[in-house]
Design a protein around this ligand. Structure first.
Ligand code: ADP
Ligand code: MG
Length: 238
């Protein structure tokens, strides 16, 4: 686990500024949700933490290291996307083991980590199945399993539930929260869904047009929205 510090981080694509000196502190083990309308810069910020985008200004630290110039593989993070693609010709077990094998991890360690992830995610009975033989929720769990086996310091989620139907989305919210309560891994979770943010977050960061409008615990935002934008966004129906 590690704390993440995002300090005055800016991002421009060419001459277009999409993030303006954004600062967020994420404590060790905290579950922080970045929420805001489509296009406000959530994914860009998360991708900079992951090392998938360069930083135009400011610093990002994970633990006690400034990671601005570190490649993704050296950052000790694992990311789960909305369009997680499982390898169709690999079993559940192989899907979870693949990234570790690529890194040359000892086979006994790989087997032990895959077993642990399968136990945590209730996937043990499905290890020999192929993705096409799984339900949507089981596939989503395999995607999380691939992140868990890497024992990351930080989990990054980018709208992981957007492609699921409403009922499964609610179920997976609970599962992701339970997972966090069990592993206590520092988590940054991006969504445009304010209900998801309110139900999952220890701390919510409300964003708009590349800026932070308010940071606070769900109830704080609910009781004392800083402005009309936050009030409208948090108070709007799903
Ligand atoms: P969100 O995830 O909140 O929907 P994004 O971070 O994807 O928002 O995008 C923020 C802004 O940056 C948008 O205006 C988007 O069009 C722009 N943007 C994102 N990626 C690129 C890119 N690679 N090149 C140019 N503009 C981009
Ligand atoms: Mg996005």
């Amino acid at each position: 686990m590690a704390q993440v510090a995002i300090s005055s981080v800016a991002k421009a694509f060419g001459t277009v500024k999409v993030l303006h000196e954004v600062s967020v502190d994420i404590a060790d083990g905290q579950f922080v949700v970045l929420v805001g309308p489509s296009g406000c810069g959530k994914s860009t910020l998360l991708r900079m933490v992951a090392g998938l985008e360069t930083v135009s200004g400011g610093t990002i630290s994970i633990g006690d290291r400034v990671v601005n110039n570190l490649p993704p593989a050296k950052r000790d993070i694992a990311m789960v996307f909305q369009n997680y693609a499982l390898y169709p010709h690999k079993t559940v077990e192989q899907n979870m083991a693949f990234a570790l094998k690529l890194r040359g991890t000892d086979p006994a360690v790989v087997a032990e980590r895959v077993k642990r992830a399968a136990d945590i995610l209730d996937l043990a009975p499905y290890l020999k199945r192929y993705p096409r033989q799984l339900s949507g929720g089981q596939r989503q769990r395999v995607a999380m399993g691939r992140a868990i086996v890497r024992n990351p310091q930080v989990f990054l989620f980018d709208e992981p539930l957007s492609n699921l139907d409403a009922k499964l989305r609610v179920q997976m919210r609970t599962e992701i929260k339970e997972l966090h309560q069990r592993l206590k891994t520092t988590t940054i979770y991006v969504t445009h869904d304010q209900i998801e943010a309110m139900t999952m977050a220890d701390k919510i960061v409300v964003m708009r047009d590349g800026r932070i409008e308010q940071v606070g615990a769900p109830l704080e935002l609910f009781d004392r929205p800083a402005n009309l934008f936050v009030a409208g966004f948090i108070g709007s129906p799903a």
